[in-house]
Design a protein around this ligand. Structure first.
Ligand code: FAD
Length: 293
């Protein structure tokens, strides 16, 4: 399989990349890790006239702790680098834990955080986790810079709020509060496959294991990462018990309205979604108990 012919630019400076985007707009495509773009081009599902390869922009390959305790991550940071980063493991454990769920390590060696976010596959881990974390995305064009929260960035299947002349340059994550319960889990047919269904969740608990606040984001169930607002409301103020977890599974299954596709039926995703959230919450709770003992 070969892509349709295209022109190729490999800028050495960010400004040069922004100039090219300004000049060519819709005709151009950014090449980051190429793990989604190249298959699409080889299948001729994408036929950009021009490729802007950003792999030489080392200023976008950075992981920095902010003075406020958050993280600033350059869009070109490889997924494998996030997985192995001590700063990420210590300051944002759920982000580090999500990484090994993405494909295989060969994919993560090339695939970037920015590429995954802009590609916006609804079954991908990073869009869901960034929504859970309240991430913000810095989008730069030649003449402007804007910051878009994750909640406004993902619009639909493979569609985001990024404009043709914009480059995602930076991902900002707020401080991760210590002591929160969290988990990220998914069901995939084989290790390394995209998730049939997945969940990332976090919960603030008091000393009695009563939930003060919870955020649940599911992936692989809708055209974009999905906040489970009804289930979150049901969790608030409740103590986690076996009976309550069964009730929660039912609430999640009820709230989900997935489509059927060649990978799984809607009925399967509803049923398994309920079970997955229950398991994720159990594992989140177990981790908190472990750190308290
Ligand atoms: C076999 C296989 C299995 C996989 N399994 C998974 C999986 O389980 N979970 C998962 O999440 N992903 C999976 N992936 C996809 C992988 O994570 C990709 O790395 C990711 O989707 C795209 O990142 P990339 O850096 O390769 O981007 P590219 O493929 O280079 O680009 C993807 C898109 O984003 C645009 N883009 C890239 N960077 C920027 C930027 N900074 N600013 C603006 N636009 C930009 C490109 O123009 C293109 O439209 C898999 C891929 C393969 C081949």
């Amino acid at each position: 399989m070969k892509p349709a012919p295209f022109e190729y630019f490999a800028p050495l400076e960010l400004q040069e990349a922004l100039d090219l985007l300004e000049r060519y707009g819709d005709e151009a495509k950014i090449l980051a890790g190429g793990q989604s773009l190249m298959p699409l081009m080889n299948l001729r599902l994408a036929r950009p006239g021009l490729i802007i390869d950003i792999n030489r922009l080392s200023s976008l390959d950075t992981i920095t702790a902010t003075p406020e305790g958050g993280l600033t991550i350059g869009a070109l940071t490889r997924q494998r680098a996030l997985e192995r980063s001590k700063i990420v493991q210590e300051q944002n454990p759920i982000l580090a834990a999500a990484m090994p769920l993405i494909g295989h390590f060969q994919i993560r060696n090339r695939g970037t955080i920015g590429g995954s976010l802009v590609h916006a596959d609804p079954a991908a881990e990073l869009p869901a986790v960034s929504l859970l974390l309240g991430a913000e995305f810095l989008l730069r064009s030649k003449s402007a810079v804007r910051v878009v929260p994750a909640a406004e960035f993902f619009l639909s299947y493979l569609t985001t709020a990024i404009r043709p002349a914009e480059l995602l340059t930076e991902i900002r994550l707020p401080k991760w509060p210590s002591g929160e319960a969290w988990a990220v889990q998914e069901i995939a047919r084989r290790k390394g496959d995209f998730a049939l269904i997945g969940v990332a969740l976090r919960a603030e608990l008091d000393g009695e294991e009563t939930v003060q606040k919870a955020v649940i984001v599911m992936f692989g169930v809708d055209s974009k990462p999905l906040r489970m607002e009804r289930a979150e409301a049901v969790l608030k103020g409740r103590r986690i018990s076996e009976a309550f977890l069964r009730e929660l599974s039912g609430v999640v299954a009820e709230e989900l309205e997935p489509d059927s596709d060649i990978h799984a039926s809607a009925a399967y995703r509803k049923e398994v979604g309920g079970v997955l959230v229950r398991r994720a919450l159990e594992s989140a709770l177990a981790k908190v108990k472990e750190t308290r003992t």
